[in-house]
Design a protein. Structure first.
Length: 405
């Protein structure tokens, strides 16, 4: 349980490393045929799941290097914990192995779909279990060639195919246009490690060879979004150590659109307490911003419509329903739509809020508690999936927040 009281925040925090980049760097390095150095990797529950998977596929790996060896199908099931990225990329890597691989995770992960990815892997020669959800069984090896993927539920399906492309040669026809900036991250890292990727009209031509490299993981705008929202609602916060080319950099534009005071410099962004106005915003390319944008909207004057995020229903929780539930608990009027929310802003009150086992919902409600009336209690503990230092960083800024065992 996390206890939050209305409080003032002020100061500077260095952004934690990017989870998205860390996942991809470890998996790509494991296919690179040598020893790669990974600097500034994010150490959290989700990336630990990826490091475990990389080792089970045969690589020698730690938090600062990956030495790839011959791929092998693990003797034991790969347990991806709660990490959807680990699950989807592991499925693709397993298809390269000559043998059967079992991949599973906790209860939350077993509700995350993989059907479109499995169908694509079968199209290039893999044998897979028929269920659209974990646990899954995959037997390779696959062959190269042309393959189609429906990425309308998750861009991770396309990311997974792209990552194995240089090992077999693939021409990938992708359908669905959600979270495409995350695919751009994948392509950037593949090229950094030596792969050839050409993109034209939704078709990805993938070849070349990965080579061992050094890679510095950049700061994470996804985690920074919670800190910047805390600054806008409860004081002033500067986040340092940020770089460009991250989908959730969109938070800067969202805050600006709402009338918030936010400034950018060389590697830093600073947000200051502001009166916010409701907006209409399409978050289809940055669905992870749904929870914190919902919190900002709950304090904004007038209505905010968040749309384009139907795929947020198949994250760690159904984030549309999770946020609607919590904002209603805070006394805010919310209309739930198939692909988003309509929120009538006001003055949220503290209450008992649920995380639904979802780290981003949990962190969003903690930020709400910093500016809400009264005391907030947030079902807690999942922030460690992506941002283990979240409570400590908020406390360093002056927030009255504590996590009870």
């Amino acid at each position: 349980m996390i206890i939050v009281r209305r409080s003032e925040v002020n100061g500077s925090v260095k952004a934690p490393p990017s989870k998205s980049h860390t996942h991809r760097a470890f998996f790509i390095a494991s296919l690179a045929g040598g020893k790669s150095r990974i600097s500034n990797a994010l150490i959290c529950e989700d990336t630990e799941a990826t490091l475990d998977a990389v080792r089970m596929f045969g690589s020698d790996a730690s938090w600062d290097y990956v030495e790839s060896n011959e791929l092998r199908a693990p003797d034991n099931p790969i347990y991806c914990r709660r990490s959807g990225t680990t699950l989807r990329i592991s499925c693709a890597v397993a298809s390269l192995c000559n043998g059967r691989t079992v991949i599973t995770g906790d209860e939350s992960l077993r509700r995350r779909p993989v059907g479109p990815l499995l169908r694509a892997l079968r199209e290039i020669g893999a044998e897979t279990s028929s269920s659209d959800f974990p646990p899954v069984v995959i037997k390779g090896p696959v062959r190269g060639g042309r393959v189609r993927i429906d990425a309308s539920l998750s861009s991770q399906f396309l990311t997974a195919l792209l990552i194995i492309g240089p090992k077999i040669g693939l021409e990938i026809e992708a359908r669905g246009d959600v979270s495409r900036p995350y695919v751009d991250i994948t392509v950037d890292l593949m090229r950094h490690f030596g792969a050839d990727v050409y993109v034209e009209k939704g078709v990805y031509l993938v070849g070349g060879e990965y080579r061992p490299s050094q890679y510095l993981v950049p700061g994470d705008y996804s985690s920074a979004s919670f800190l910047l929202a805390a600054g806008v609602l409860a004081g002033r916060v500067r986040v340092t150590g940020l770089s460009e080319r991250h989908p959730d950099e969109r938070i800067v534009d969202v805050i600006k659109s709402m009338g918030g005071m936010i400034r950018k410099g060389d590697g830093w962004v600073e947000a200051e307490r502001s009166k916010l106005e409701g907006i209409t915003v399409d978050l289809s390319q940055s669905p992870d911003l749904l929870p914190i944008t919902s919190v900002l909207a709950s304090f904004a004057k007038g209505k905010t419509e968040i749309k384009g995020v139907e795929h947020a229903r198949v994250k760690e929780s159904d984030r549309i329903s999770s946020m609607a539930f919590n904002l209603r608990e805070a006394g805010i009027n919310v209309v739930e739509r198939r692909d988003g929310l309509i929120i009538e802003g006001g003055m949220p009150r503290g209450g008992m809020f649920r995380s639904f086992g979802d780290h981003r919902v949990e962190m969003a409600m903690v930020v709400l508690g910093l500016a809400a009336e009264g005391v907030s209690r947030v079902e807690g503990g999942r922030y460690v999936d992506s941002y283990p230092g979240f409570i400590e960083d908020l406390s360093s800024l002056g927030a009255d927040v504590r996590c009870l065992a």
